[in-house]
Write a protein that binds this ligand. Structure first.
Ligand SMILES: [Zn+2]
Length: 246
């Protein structure tokens, strides 16, 4: 397949990512909706993302970003030598982008999305590593995140009770993160899952430091209480580990 075909297909996949990220978290029943106000839009207007939404008047710039990103990453993957081959990495990139957009915009990892990832992770993991390392990797990933889930949320509850405050409505770590870490484990297998987790932690840490510095310059204070979604770093760590695979 020629490069132009890959770019075209990547842009089409980007349109699917945009549609999934708009429709799935809002449970619109498949009707195209605005990413900002959630109001239904006719199909023609929906795909003209550069025009203002007829309901809220905002331009849905994320659509353009996703399409440009998919075109660039698709071309780059096509031209790069990949140990896993082009199509598996390309497919995982599309999946990761959908997870990242939904987690950043809605702070949400839907069960249907993480369940689909687990199936994808199982199939690709067994293909790459065989059954046992794949299952151990998945258990390791979900186990680590489950421990963090109980520890982290237990700590938040304990802190709120000590301060005499009601417990926060949003848990520090969602259960979707546990499933997603299981997906990372299945894909990378054991011991690759440990390397993938380390990469995700490094990426998250580097981003947090940059964000703290940005806050220091922008608002002249350390913003320690900002919400940081974990999903994007888990997905980027997984992709990075696969790209680095020898
Ligand atoms: Zn709107």
């Amino acid at each position: 397949m020629a490069l132009a075909g890959v770019v075209l297909l990547s842009i089409l996949a980007g349109m699917v990512v945009n549609y999934a990220a708009d429709v799935l978290p809002r449970r619109s029943g498949g009707k195209p909706v605005c990413m900002f106000c959630g109001q239904p839009m006719p199909w023609g207007a929906y795909f003209r993302w550069w025009q203002p939404c007829p309901h809220c008047g905002r331009r849905r710039w994320r659509h353009g970003v996703v399409l440009a990103l998919m075109a660039a990453v698709g071309a780059w993957l096509w031209l790069s030598p990949l140990k896993w081959g082009f199509w598996p990495v390309w497919g995982l990139t599309v999946y990761a982008l959908a997870v990242i957009v939904m987690d950043v915009e809605h702070r949400l990892i839907l069960h249907s999305v993480s369940g689909f990832g687990a199936l994808l992770g199982l199939v690709l993991g067994v293909w790459r590593h065989g059954w046992l390392p794949t299952l151990w990797g998945g258990l390791f990933g979900a186990g680590v995140m489950l421990a963090l889930f109980f520890l982290g949320n237990g700590y938040v509850l304990w802190k709120a009770r000590r301060a005499g405050e009601p417990p926060p409505e949003e848990p520090a770590l969602g259960f979707g993160d546990v499933t997603l870490m299981g997906v990372l484990g299945l894909l990378l297998g054991w011991p690759g899952a440990a390397a993938g987790l380390a990469l995700a932690i490094l990426l998250g840490g580097a981003f947090s430091i940059l964000f703290l510095l940005y806050g220091l310059v922008r608002w002249r204070r350390l913003v320690m209480d900002a919400y940081l979604p974990y999903g994007p770093f888990l997905m980027l760590g997984t992709l990075l580990a696969i790209l680095m695979a020898k």
